[in-house]
Design a protein. Structure first.
Length: 463
C-alpha cells in the first residue's frame, strides 16, 4: 500500500473518523489536496464500508478559470462514478454584505453548502482536504493575530461531522501521491496572490524561517502542534468540567456564582467566560468581550455590553452572561394537562398526576391539590403590579415584588418568571420559586405535578 494511504488509514483508525455504513461527502475544489482526498477515500472505501460523494462550490470569483475547475470536477466524478453536487455562489457580494473578507465568506459558503447536502441526503460525514502544511500555516496565522493555548492546537481531526483524514500528510506527500497515481488536478491562480494572509505565510514567512532560522521548521512545528493539541484537549476538558460545575443555564444565557468563579485560576476564569460567551454569540467574540465580562465579575455589580447581542450583569453575588432581550408581558388561559410552552420566553410547563407528593420536592416542581383547580380557569402569565400570594413556609401574605427582592432575583429576570394563577389574581405558583400554601398538596397525598423548564434548554431549573 502507498505510504500516503497507510498514513491516512492510520489517521482514520486512531482518530475514529469513519464508521461502517456511513456516507461521506468530500469537499472537492479540483485542486491537488481535494483530488488526493477523493482518491484516497475511494481506495479505502471498501475497507471501511463507506459510500463516497462529492460537492463543488463555484465561488463566482475567477471567471473562466473557475468554470474550468467545475468542468474538471464534473469529468473526474463521472470517471470515478462518484455522485457530485454543484452550486454557484457570488462570494464577493456575500462578503460585502457580511462585511468580511473573501476567504472567510468563501469558507462560510462552502460549509453551509456541504452541511445542506449532508442533511438533505442523509449523509454522516463531511471530509475536507486540510493537511499538515495547512495546519502549520493556520497555527502561524493564529499566533500572529493572537491566540490562546487552544488555538495553538491547530486544526482538529474532527469537528462535529467534519473530518480531516489528510491532516497527518504533507503537501509534498500529496504531490508525490498524485504523481504516482498519475492523477491530474487544477491549480488555483489565487494561491499565489500575496494579498491573502495565508498565502503570504506560505510563500514568504515559512520559506524565510526555513532559510534563516531552522531548515526543519515544518517538521519541528508539526511536532510542536501535536504537543499543543494534546495540551489543548486537556484544557478543553478542564474548561468543560468547570462550565458544568460553575455555570447554570438560564432563560437567556448563564448564571455563575461570583465568589466560586473568582476562586479559580486565571486561565479557568478566562476560558469559562470565553466558552459561555462564544456559545451565546451570533458573531465572533474575542478576549475584549472576556475582559469586559471579567471586569463586571470583579466589581460584583453593574453591566457591560459584550457585543450587539450580549451583556454581562453582576448582582446579588452572581454574574449573568445573557442575551439582550425586551421582556414583554404575557398571559394565556391554559388547560392544566399535557404541556404548554410560553411563546415569548420558550419556557415550558408540564402537568401530570402523581399518587403521592415526595418528601422533598424539587424547586422546579409544584404539587397542587387537584380539587383547587377543578372547574376554574387557569392562567400562566407574567407578574403585574400589586400581585400578592401566600408563600409556603410562611405566615400571612407577601407581594411578588417583595418576594423577588428577598429571593435576590435580578430585575431583568423578574418579568420572565411565569406565574401560574387561578383566574387573574389568585397565584398558585411562582414557577421555579415558591408555591402558594393554599394550593399546595401535602406530603404523601395525590396531586397534580407541575414542572417548569427554562427556555433555550432541555434542562429544568435547579438542576
Amino acid at each position: 500500500m502507498n505510504n500516503l494511504l497507510q498514513t491516512v488509514q492510520l489517521t482514520i483508525e486512531t482518530q475514529k473518523l469513519l464508521q461502517p455504513g456511513e456516507g461521506v461527502l468530500v469537499g472537492l475544489s479540483g485542486g491537488a489536496d481535494s483530488v488526493c482526498l477523493l482518491s484516497a477515500l475511494l481506495q479505502l472505501r471498501d475497507r471501511y464500508s463507506v459510500t463516497v460523494y462529492a460537492a463543488h462550490l463555484h465561488h463566482g470569483l475567477r471567471g473562466s478559470e473557475a468554470d474550468a475547475d467545475e468542468a474538471f470536477v464534473r469529468n473526474l466524478c463521472k470517471e470515478k462514478d462518484v455522485p457530485l453536487f454543484v452550486r454557484h455562489a457570488d462570494i464577493r457580494t456575500e462578503a460585502q454584505k457580511a462585511k468580511i473578507g473573501l476567504e472567510e465568506a468563501g469558507r462560510k459558503a462552502r460549509y453551509l453548502f456541504f452541511e445542506e447536502i449532508r442533511t438533505v441526503h442523509g449523509l454522516q460525514k463531511i471530509a475536507t482536504a486540510h493537511h499538515a502544511d495547512d495546519n502549520i500555516e493556520t497555527v502561524l496565522m493564529r499566533f500572529l493575530r493572537g491566540t490562546g493555548p487552544l488555538g495553538l492546537g491547530g486544526i482538529p481531526y474532527q469537528n462535529g461531522v467534519v473530518i480531516r483524514p489528510l491532516l497527518d500528510v504533507s503537501r509534498a506527500d500529496i504531490e508525490g501521491y498524485l504523481q504516482e497515481q498519475r492523477l491530474t488536478y487544477r491549480t488555483d491562480s489565487t494561491n499565489f496572490e500575496t494579498e491573502f494572509t495565508r498565502n503570504r505565510i506560505r510563500h514568504r514567512l515559512i520559506p524565510m524561517l526555513e532559510q534563516d532560522y531552522n531548515p526543519n521548521f515544518r517538521h519541528t512545528l508539526k511536532k510542536q502542534i501535536q504537543l499543543y493539541a494534546a495540551a489543548a484537549s486537556f484544557l478543553h476538558d478542564e474548561t468543560e468540567r468547570h462550565v458544568q460545575e460553575l455555570a447554570q443555564k438560564t432563560n437567556h444565557g448563564y448564571c455563575l456564582d461570583c465568589k466560586r468563579l473568582l476562586a479559580q485560576p486565571e486561565y479557568i476564569i478566562n476560558s469559562v467566560l470565553h466558552r459561555l460567551i462564544t456559545s451565546l454569540a451570533a458573531e465572533a467574540c474575542g478576549m475584549t468581550a472576556v475582559d469586559s465580562a471579567k471586569a463586571v465579575l470583579q466589581s460584583g455589580h453593574g453591566s457591560a455590553d459584550l457585543s450587539k447581542q450580549l451583556v454581562a450583569t453582576a448582582c446579588y453575588g452572581s454574574l449573568y452572561i445573557r442575551k439582550k432581550t425586551e421582556n414583554k408581558p404575557f398571559a394565556y388561559p391554559i388547560l392544566p394537562q399535557g404541556s404548554f410552552t410560553i411563546p415569548e420566553t420558550g419556557q415550558r410547563l408540564t402537568f401530570t398526576h402523581v399518587a403521592a407528593v415526595p418528601a422533598h420536592p424539587a424547586a422546579d416542581c409544584a404539587y397542587i391539590k387537584p380539587d383547587m383547580l377543578r372547574g376554574k380557569t387557569v392562567y400562566v402569565r407574567s407578574r403585574k403590579e400589586g400581585d400578592v400570594f401566600y408563600p409556603t413556609g410562611m405566615k400571612g401574605k407577601k407581594t411578588i415584588k417583595k418576594f423577588f427582592t428577598d429571593a435576590k432575583i435580578p430585575q431583568f429576570m423578574r418579568d420572565t418568571i411565569p406565574l401560574l394563577t387561578v383566574g387573574d389574581t389568585e397565584i398558585i405558583w411562582i414557577a421555579g420559586q415558591r408555591v402558594d400554601r393554599r394550593f399546595a398538596a401535602e406530603e404523601g397525598a395525590a396531586a397534580l405535578c407541575v414542572k417548569f423548564y427554562e427556555g433555550d434548554t432541555n434542562e429544568s431549573v435547579g438542576k
